[in-house]
Design a protein around this ligand. Structure first.
Ligand code: PMV
Length: 359
């Protein structure tokens, strides 16, 4: 039990109501891959918060007369009953219940929708779990007479983490750190914190176009992937490398050095996939088109001096990252050279965002 987030005596009661939050997805620059205990990261990570890729969740609540053994709820995706979502949300409620015990005294109806297609291969867990956690924290804030904004944000991130590790980085923006790093004040294992140092304007308006290479179900879930870092031959070195890469990024964010940024970010993406390829069992989530796109990005950079680069999450899709002033040229490059490697030519234009908001 993390005492700092344990529930106190509630000073008020609420009967029924509803609350809506919009929460974004995020893309890690230094990757979280490997966990221990209750969703604690083996290394610190940092991500750009996104903007256009988001989930909007409304939580309807109604007090029941008797506290239930399990939290009772229904879930709707795009206005349609979505029983497939129930097991994951039910596990989430069980995990957070010790910290928000009031949830047992309510019946919930969760209405959720994503700005991106559900089957796009873009993980909705970060935006979805953070949106739901914020709704629950909004209820808790009503039950207390006083709750500081810091506590609200930290506990929302803490609860999100218990739903899906990387979700804890979706509450704020533009850059969020999760996990302990000696040089980053206030960095914490339990929740994400806003990156506290200087950020060069190059990075506060960074663009991310997500190329949808493969929209199918992942062959290996990230939960299984994280598990395979236990006893992995390269685990120890990898976790240290992430610490070092994050140290380097502190200087990069300050100076605006995009060349150095590219080196770290692309290496992190390939290292993440290298860990998958060297675990036991080993697996490959990239597709031939993922590699085609990477090679085209490298060739384009070589030929034009552009500062475009790529990163990957645990899947085949490619996040194309570039400074805002290159937007026009990169859109042209994507349309003429990269979109043909996407399923049905689909991609999503996004950019750095500033976190979740109440709707
Ligand atoms: O939050 P999870 O358990 O789905 O793990 C996500 C891991 C990566 O997306 C691959 C990296 C990261 O830091 O987001």
């Amino acid at each position: 039990m993390e005492i700092q987030f344990a529930s106190k005596e509630y000073s008020k009661t609420i009967k029924d109501g509803s609350v809506t939050y919009q929460s974004p997805s995020n893309i890690a620059l230094v990757k979280y891959w490997g966990k221990y205990g209750e969703q604690l990261p083996q290394n610190p990570s940092i991500s750009f918060t996104l903007s256009n890729c988001h989930t909007v969740t409304t939580l309807h609540y109604k007090k029941t007369d008797n506290a239930n053994e399990n939290v009772t709820f229904e879930v709707f995706l795009d206005q349609k009953l979505a029983p497939d979502f129930k097991p994951k949300i039910s596990a989430f409620f069980n995990r957070i219940e010790p910290y928000v015990p009031f949830i047992k005294a309510y019946e919930f109806c969760i209405e959720t929708s994503n700005s991106f297609p559900h089957s796009s291969g873009i993980a909705s867990s970060a935006s979805g779990m953070s949106a739901l956690s914020l709704c629950i924290m909004d209820m808790e804030r009503q039950l207390y007479s006083e709750m500081s904004d810091d506590y609200f944000r930290q506990k929302a991130s803490f609860l999100s983490r218990l739903g899906s590790g990387s979700a804890c980085r979706s509450i704020e923006g533009p850059l969020v750190v999760w996990g302990k790093h000696a040089e980053i004040e206030n960095s914490d294992l339990l929740f994400g914190t806003l990156y506290p140092y200087e950020i060069h304007p190059n990075f506060t308006r960074y663009q991310d176009t997500i190329l949808l290479v493969d929209k199918g179900e992942k062959q290996v879930s990230s939960t299984v992937g994280h598990g395979l870092m236990h006893g992995h031959d390269y685990a120890k070195t990898r976790f240290l490398q992430a610490q070092k890469n994050l140290s380097t990024l502190i200087d990069v964010f300050k100076s605006g050095d995009t060349d150095q940024f590219i080196k770290i970010v692309e290496s992190e993406a390939l290292t993440l996939h290298a860990m998958m390829m060297t675990s036991h069992p080993y697996f490959i989530l990239m597709k031939p088109n993922t590699l085609e796109i990477i090679n085209r990005i490298w060739a384009y950079r070589e030929n034009t001096g552009s500062h475009v680069c790529f990163t990957l999450d645990a899947g085949a899709n490619v996040h194309v990252l570039y400074p805002e002033h290159e937007k026009e040229a990169i859109h042209e490059f994507i349309n003429s050279q990269l979109s043909k490697f996407c399923q049905n030519g689909q991609y999503i234009d996004d950019h750095v965002g500033y976190g979740a908001k109440k709707v």
